[in-house]
Design a protein around this ligand. Structure first.
Ligand SMILES: C[S@@+](CC[C@H](N)C(=O)[O-])C[C@H]1O[C@@H](n2cnc3c(N)ncnc32)[C@H](O)[C@@H]1O
Length: 231
């Protein structure tokens, strides 16, 4: 989890997209495109993007597929940036302000739920996944794009140095967000391994759970299909 996630994103909202692209050298854009290729939404599918932030995943889906996409986030400032992007692109994506742990959404509403770099921010992963399962229709699909802890090898060590020391240093100089990037590094280090993520999804009623590795294991896309027995 990230301490004070809501506070952090309220503060960095205006700089969020720039910092993301800068630190990932635009690889984050490729990850979201890969996510869309895995989802392959069908016409008329109802898609909820949880922790939508500045809306990039929701926008990617809406721009390429004829789906009904909705975004949800706890931070009004992040949603403000998303709204501006939607106006510029003339896309119709309803944005809901709300907590992923208690979503103002009816049961069994969506065919697809996505969450990108959001699960790690939640104070309770179990509660978050229960909520996402609740709003999914039976047979609905979940797609989680998330960082994985650095591996215990030389590449993982170099990645940790980049995360823990280089990013906070540069983030501090160009945007005054040194402490926030230190927090980000710790949240990634302490996050679940791909094996534990797969187990977690199965425990919450998802079947056909799969994980796709991105960029040597820096991030993964986890997918699963909700199976409510007897319903
Ligand atoms: C790292 S950003 C990810 C944004 C976007 N999904 C992306 O791919 O760039 C994490 C987002 O999670 C949101 N968030 C954190 N805690 C939340 C909660 N409890 N409920 C809903 N959104 C939350 C933050 O406001 C922030 O916009």
């Amino acid at each position: 989890m990230v301490n004070n996630a809501e506070e952090i994103y309220q503060k960095i909202a205006e700089k969020y997209d720039f910092l993301n692209h800068f630190f990932s050298v635009y690889i984050d854009v490729l990850w979201r495109k890969k996510l869309l290729r895995l989802i392959l939404p069908e016409e008329g599918d109802r898609v909820l993007d949880v922790c939508t932030g500045t809306g990039d995943i929701a926008i990617e889906i809406k721009a390429k597929a004829n789906s009904k996409v909705v975004g949800l986030d706890i931070s009004e400032e992040m949603l403000k940036v998303a709204r501006k992007k939607l106006q510029e692109r003339r896309l119709d994506i309803p944005l809901i302000i709300g907590d992923a742990l208690k979503m103002p959404v009816k049961n069994s509403t969506f065919d697809v739920v996505t969450i990108g770099f959001g699960l790690r921010n939640l104070p309770d992963y179990d509660k978050g996944l229960d909520e996402m399962a609740r709003v999914l229709k039976n047979g609905g699909r979940i797609f989680i794009l998330e960082f994985a802890p650095p591996r215990k090898n030389i590449l993982g060590f170099l990645y940790w140095i980049y995360l823990r020391y280089i990013m906070p240093f540069i983030g501090g100089i160009i945007a005054g967000v040194k402490e926030d990037y230190k927090e980000l590094a710790v949240s990634i280090k302490n996050f679940l391994t791909p094996e534990d993520m797969e187990k977690l999804l199965r425990r919450h009623g998802f079947r056909n759970v799969k994980s796709s590795m991105l960029s040597f294991g820096i991030a993964y896309i986890y997918t699963g299909e909700l199976t409510r027995d007897g319903k």
